[in-house]
Design a protein around this ligand. Structure first.
Ligand code: DX5
Ligand code: ZN
Length: 250
């Protein structure tokens, strides 16, 4: 059975924190591929959210991977704590780590998939010398710190460029790398985002702001998949299709 064209990672930043266990079970039941877990420290970004204890608390409620997005500085001390708390993927912002290569190795050494996150103004060149240590690349399509912001359109161009770099890496024998987008992803732009090369779409307010009558999220997630699939079926570039059928994160 072919893998889905896009993977959806609802961000629990927009969930009801008083009912977090129910919320993560609901997104898994609605077909989410990941739980996106936004960690903010009121230092690297001007907001404060959740840490390893909350990751550990939700871990038994779902089978799907927990995708931890660290918006913290410094980074390294939190990695073993999140790995122990059940994180499957850990991404961080390269500006927040003194030794990016070491941090990527540290994540993998704890059995997690590793990735870099690029703010809207952060150049993709940060990935140049660490391609072999990346399992995922996350492009921010808003400035990090808050849910519910508007998608920055220039991200589409940056996505195509990142897609090209990843495809070139794979074409020369490199490992698969997932391309993820985070911020302002909605039903009306997910098609363009997937067409520009995204493998994984994070969506916070779009998912948690649209519960079904029964409290689940089937309707919005199904609609997002349909919109993504419709756009993806118009993209016949063999290299991007090949790389989207890979599964570096499990
Ligand atoms: C922003 C976070 C995002 C955010 C996405 O700093 O990394 O994951 O929660 O939320 P929406 O989808 O509402 O833009
Ligand atoms: Zn995020």
């Amino acid at each position: 059975m072919p893998a889905p064209a896009v993977r959806l990672a609802p961000s629990i930043l927009s969930a009801d924190f008083a009912r977090l266990g129910d919320e993560v079970r609901a997104i898994e039941a609605a077909g989410a591929d990941f739980v996106h877990f936004d960690v903010m420290d009121n230092h690297y970004v001007p907001n404060l959210t959740i840490g390893p204890l909350v990751c550990e608390a939700i871990r038994p409620h779902v089978q799907i991977p927990i995708d931890v997005h660290l918006m913290v500085e410094p980074v390294d001390a939190l990695i073993p704590l999140f790995a122990k708390a059940g994180a499957n993927c850990i991404t961080f912002h390269p500006e927040a780590s003194r030794h990016v290569d070491r941090t990527l190795q540290l994540i993998r050494s704890h059995g997690c998939k590793a990735g870099l996150v690029f703010n809207p103004a952060t150049p993709l060149a940060w990935m140049d010398h660490v391609m072999d240590k990346l399992d995922m690349v996350l492009l921010m399509s808003v400035n990090p710190g808050f849910g519910g912001q508007a998608f920055i359109p220039a991200t589409l161009h940056k996505l195509r460029e990142a897609r090209h770099r990843i495809d070139a890496h794979i074409a020369t024998g490199g490992q698969p790398i997932w391309l993820e987008v985070d911020g302002g992803v909605k039903l009306d732009n997910i098609g363009q985002i997937v067409q520009a090369g995204a493998d994984i779409c994070v969506a916070g307010s779009a998912v948690f702001g649209a519960p079904d009558a029964g409290g689940g999220y089937h309707g919005v997630m199904h609609a997002m998949r349909q919109a993504a699939a419709a756009a993806d079926s118009t993209d016949f570039q063999p290299s991007s299709l090949t790389s989207r059928r890979t599964t570096p994160c499990h």
